[in-house]
Write a protein that binds this ligand. Structure first.
Ligand code: UD1
Length: 415
């Protein structure tokens, strides 16, 4: 199985182009299932997850192709509203096809995602919302079977502003009869872009970017084209690599999407320069310890929590990191400990005591962002770190070793 080997301690220097956002392109690709048509999606990152979503669309009957960052989807012959376990188990975002397929076909069969490395990750908000819109749901052989002669607009209040449930139910509601109001919605930029895409397709969604969406059902939707927003999580990961290892400029970003992250980095003593679509970082002599609590957007993203823990492992004193979005998302910590990090976890909080030096060791990726944390730590560690199970990183980071090589890292992939 492929591994990444990183010889740490090299000073990084240079510029890196941030790819399109994984978490934006996956729901957008799902949304193409809403109606027959030919769609063009630009700035698509070439990731395992993008390829999995293409496979899933093909299973429903769509035709897809991918070249030079552009994905074409032809949904004219979609006739199989199903998402099988084989794909859903490798990528939970497959669940996004639930909303579009029930909207278009009045029925859908989607495998129920199981737990994951971060804990149970339920989908009850998606299902309760769909029932409220008038769907009948059944669980059979691990699959959710949903059916509705007609979806009818209603009010749905989310207990927590779930990214996936907001996206899924917005897609289910765009053609429902009457008005659907979603309250306590996710405001993540990826959901904002999904709603904008739905409106380009002819939907009528108001309140985009706020926590209340008002969706007036329309009779028809049409094909549309879109350019995917930059990946703020990839961007944040490179900034944190810079905070430990050298001067980096990240290009093709939307700095507003990273405001909480850049503010936190400034608190550590990093020098940050923000331009229209780029951010530069210069690390300090001594990286200060800074507490951090994740939050929904515009707060500090849970998808950068693992990387922040890696960063704080080399800070000058003690810090406390709490994840309020995913309480069990700490599988990176035992691996960071193998490199010499001093971290204790109690419930959803990590207590980190910065050490002077991490030392390379064989470690294992456990999920996408945990792998990114291991990269950051390994780049700074003394000696060689061998990261296994790197298929996790390939799910969410486009050409990661080429990008770090371009910045001067000593990094290689071996089979
Ligand atoms: C998405 C992102 C993921 C990110 C997460 C939070 C994608 C493909 N994935 O995941 O990278 O870490 O947002 O920003 O975009 N919850 C329930 N019931 C539900 C749905 C969610 O209890 O039906 C809870 C979850 O357990 C979690 C919280 O709500 O504690 C937030 O989850 P959610 O925003 O739904 O995450 P995802 O959409 O799965």
């Amino acid at each position: 199985m492929a591994k990444i080997i990183i010889k740490g301690g090299k000073t990084l220097n240079g510029e890196v182009k941030i790819s399109g956002a994984k978490n934006a392109v996956l729901p957008i690709m799902s949304a193409t299932l809403l109606c027959p048509g030919k769609f063009t999606i630009y700035n698509v990152p070439d990731l395992r997850d993008t390829r999995t979503m293409m496979q899933l669309l093909e299973i429903t009957g769509a035709k897809t192709s991918f070249e030079n960052g552009t994905v074409w989807v032809d949904t004219n012959n979609v006739n199989n509203p199903e998402a099988p376990y084989d794909l859903v188990k490798t990528m939970r975002a497959s669940f996004y096809v639930l909303g579009p397929l029930i909207s278009r076909f009045g029925k859908v069969q989607v495998s129920l995602p199981g737990g994951c490395a971060w804990g149970p990750r339920p989908v009850d908000y998606h299902l309760k919302g769909l029932e409220k819109l008038g769907a009948n749901l059944d669980l059979e052989g691990g699959n959710i079977l949903a059916e509705a002669d007609e979806l009818i607009g209603c009010d749905i209040h989310f207990e927590f502003p779930s990214v996936g449930a907001t996206g899924n139910l917005a897609m289910a509601a765009v053609r429902a009869k009457g008005i659907t109001r979603l309250f306590n919605c996710a405001k993540e930029p990826e959901i904002t872009q999904l709603c904008e895409f739905l409106n380009i397709m002819g939907a009528n969604i108001k309140g985009i970017g706020t926590d209340s969406l008002v969706i007036e059902g329309v009779k028809e939707l049409n094909h549309a084209d879109i350019t995917v927003i930059p990946d703020r999580i990839e961007a944040g990961t490179f900034l944190m690599a810079g905070a430990l290892n050298g001067e980096i400029k990240i290009n093709n970003v939307i700095p507003l999407h990273l405001e909480k992250v850049t503010n936190k980095l400034i608190e550590t003593g990093c020098q940050i320069t923000i331009n229209d679509d780029s951010i530069s970082i210069t690390p300090p002599e001594n990286l200060k310890s800074v507490d951090m609590t994740t939050a929904v957007f515009p707060g500090f993203p849970t998808d950068l929590q693992a990387q922040w823990v890696a960063l704080m492992s080399l800070s000058d004193s003690s810090s406390i990191v709490t994840d309020i979005v995913y309480h069990d998302r700490f599988s990176h910590i035992p691996e960071l400990a193998r490199l010499g990090a001093n971290i204790k976890v109690e419930k959803n909080t990590a207590f980190i005591r910065g050490v002077d030096q991490l030392v390379g060791a064989p470690v294992m990726s456990t999920d996408i962002r945990a792998s990114a944390a291991l990269f950051i730590a390994a780049l700074a560690a003394k000696g060689e770190t061998e990261i296994s199970r790197i298929y996790h990183i390939d799910r969410g980071y486009e050409k990661i070793e080429q990008k770090f090589l371009g910045l001067g890292a000593d990094i290689r992939r071996v089979s």
